[in-house]
Design a protein around this ligand. Structure first.
Ligand code: DX5
Ligand code: ZN
Length: 215
């Protein structure tokens, strides 16, 4: 299991320090980019994400919860280890989002809201290398994990078959449910409030990793 801490629950006035706190135990840093249209919340965009490159060498896992991923993706500075994930429900056609993101030289991720059927992303599985399964309605941190996500992860695993696609899961993941999420087939765990909502993010991240493997 690889951890991708979500900065959504971090102190936005100290983002570089928050990243450094979890860096030694993390595989990625998860950025929740929201536009106030696709989701009823606003966070940060390319200037903030790009500025944080100076403070870490971890790959960036950029989750675009925006209406026009194809329009804005090129504004992120990315390399081959980074992932830009767009939503299949966004306004831009998925073919175009995939073409634009791939053209940037990074990995392409696709995500879907909890009530969108898996069949909506099936046509794109040959062209993406990452699927982000939402286990809460996108837009806000600190929501409750939707247990239906577990069955969905298992179904997605089947659907992916032999393709080389990473399954990431995002929303409501805590020490109490992380093992079930990993056992269902998730390789990357995104967690916000479980890590940055507490006094010691590093210790919280370590606890989550321990819980994922605990019997
Ligand atoms: C929700 C975001 C998540 C969020 C998860 O729209 O995509 O990445 O930060 O936060 P928790 O872990 O608190 O549910
Ligand atoms: Zn996210």
């Amino acid at each position: 299991m690889k951890l991708s801490p979500s900065l959504l629950s971090a102190d936005f006035g100290r983002l570089a320090e928050e990243i450094r706190a979890v860096e030694p135990v993390s595989a990625y840093i998860h950025f929740d980019v929201m536009d106030g249209h696709f989701v009823p919340n606003l966070t940060f965009g390319p200037p903030v994400v790009n500025a944080l490159r100076r403070y870490t060498s971890l790959p960036f896992d950029i989750h675009l919860m925006i209406e026009h991923p194809a329009r804005y993706a090129p504004r992120f500075k990315v390399g081959p280890e980074d992932v830009i994930t767009f939503h299949v429900e966004a306004g831009d056609p998925s073919e175009e989002a995939i073409r634009v993101i791939r053209g940037l030289g990074c990995r392409v991720g696709i995500s879907l809201r909890p009530r969108t059927p898996l069949s909506a992303i099936e046509p794109y599985l040959d062209r993406v290398s990452w699927v982000l399964v939402m286990s809460v309605e996108p837009g806000f941190g600190g929501q409750k994990f939707m247990p239906e996500a577990l069955e969905r992860i298992r179904e997605l695993r089947e659907m992916i078959g032999g393709r080389e696609i990473t399954i990431a899961v995002d929303g409501g993941i805590k020490p109490g449910n992380v093992r079930a999420v990993v056992e269902a087939g998730a390789e990357v765990i995104v967690a916000g409030s479980a890590i940055f909502g507490v006094d010691d993010p590093r210790a919280a991240a370590e606890e989550l990793i321990r819980a994922a493997h605990a019997r």
